[in-house]
Write a protein that binds this ligand. Structure first.
Ligand code: SF4
Length: 339
């Protein structure tokens, strides 16, 4: 089997915070010992509520943030502690698309200059070759050629996200990190950008870490899904297994709230309402972080941290004391039955 493009081992990120004058420093546990792998040409979707640590994890992978502990291996090289200078040759293997294209594109540059910039920085090709490549990239992301001479504020939100995608693909990265790439866009253009990302990925076979709070988006693009809750991965499985047979109570609740494309499947879904909000990552709940909202928590859940372990297969991992080889408790039925 070929080497994974990205490997995370025990990735941890904590931030020190002070909650007001005179108070002592506390620590926010944003990412808590995450192990993940993304293979060549594979799309891993990282799903969870806002505040679960997904974007912090992505920023640690891109080394925008320094991890507190653990390792980031990109194409087999440990980049966790490389200096800025030593990191430079590795940067071209990885690029990022952010949620809000308005703030990620330089408003003082034309769209052509924005897309050309990564090539200029690494001195890839002559000015003429770069111009030809920009024209190709505009075509590939479905933008009219004349838009090259416009500024970002002259474009619609969907067009700006297409420019951001063209820029991210300029150096043919091995790994694209897409952090909520459609959630700031009008609903009417979300599907077209999702389709574009899926088509580009299929054509160019780059690997992707696709971050979203919306599970229904994932069904279009992901090969595998990892569900994150308060900094920890609670379930990871191939996409079909997550949608057909979710095991962790949190995944079951997320799925019950996501609209299904198939009306029959939508009708058969029983909505599971979680109590309360995501707890603060400062002093997260003991034991299983999810116990404060889990409708089927037992005493053990307050005391012991469940391991992330293979249940039905090595490739389907779940972090829950009550999920066994015999399967997961169906919480919709348990809640309806009042147990
Ligand atoms: Fe719920 Fe306990 Fe499983 Fe956590 S370990 S998800 S609290 S049943």
């Amino acid at each position: 089997m070929s080497e994974p493009v990205l490997v995370l081992r025990g990735l941890t990120k904590e931030f020190a915070v002070r909650r007001g004058l005179g108070s002592s420093r506390r620590r926010v546990h944003a990412v808590d010992g995450v192990d993940l792998e993304i293979g060549q040409g594979e799309v891993l979707a990282l799903v969870g509520e806002s505040g679960s640590g997904k974007s912090t994890l992505a920023r640690c992978v891109a080394r925008v943030l320094e991890p507190t502990a653990g390792q980031v291996l990109l194409l087999g090289t440990d980049i966790t502690h490389l200096s800025r200078r030593a990191l430079r040759p590795h940067r071209r293997h990885l690029s990022m698309v952010f949620q809000d294209p308005s703030s990620s594109l330089n408003p003082r540059m034309t769209c052509e200059a924005i897309v050309e910039e990564p090539m200029r920085v690494v001195r890839a090709g002559s000015a003429q070759e770069r111009g030809g490549r920009v024209a190709d990239l505009f075509r590939q992301v479905g933008l009219r050629s004349e838009l090259r001479y416009r500024y970002p504020h002259e474009l619609s939100g969907g067009q700006r996200q297409r420019v951001a995608l063209a820029r991210a693909l300029a150096l043919d990265p091995d790994l694209l990190i897409a952090d909520e790439p459609v959630s700031a866009l009008d609903v009417s253009v979300q599907a077209s950008i999702l389709n574009l990302i899926a088509d580009l990925q299929e054509e160019r076979r780059f690997s992707m870490l696709f971050i979203t709070h919306n599970l229904s988006v994932v069904e279009f693009v992901a090969h595998r899904v990892a569900v994150m809750y308060l900094g920890r991965i609670v379930e990871e499985a191939p996409r079909e297994q997550i949608f057909a047979d979710p095991q962790h109570p949190y995944t079951q609740a997320l799925l019950s709230a996501a609209p299904a494309p198939d009306p029959e499947r939508q009708r058969s879904r029983r909505r599971i309402l979680l109590q309360g909000d995501l707890p603060s990552p400062i002093d997260p709940p003991s034991g299983c972080h999810f116990h404060t909202r889990c409708p089927i928590a037992v005493e053990r859940c307050y005391r012991e941290v469940p391991e992330l372990s293979g249940i039905t297969s090595e490739r389907h991992l779940v972090r829950c004391h009550l999920v066994t080889a015999a399967g997961a408790p169906r919480i919709a039925e348990r809640v309806a039955a009042g147990s």
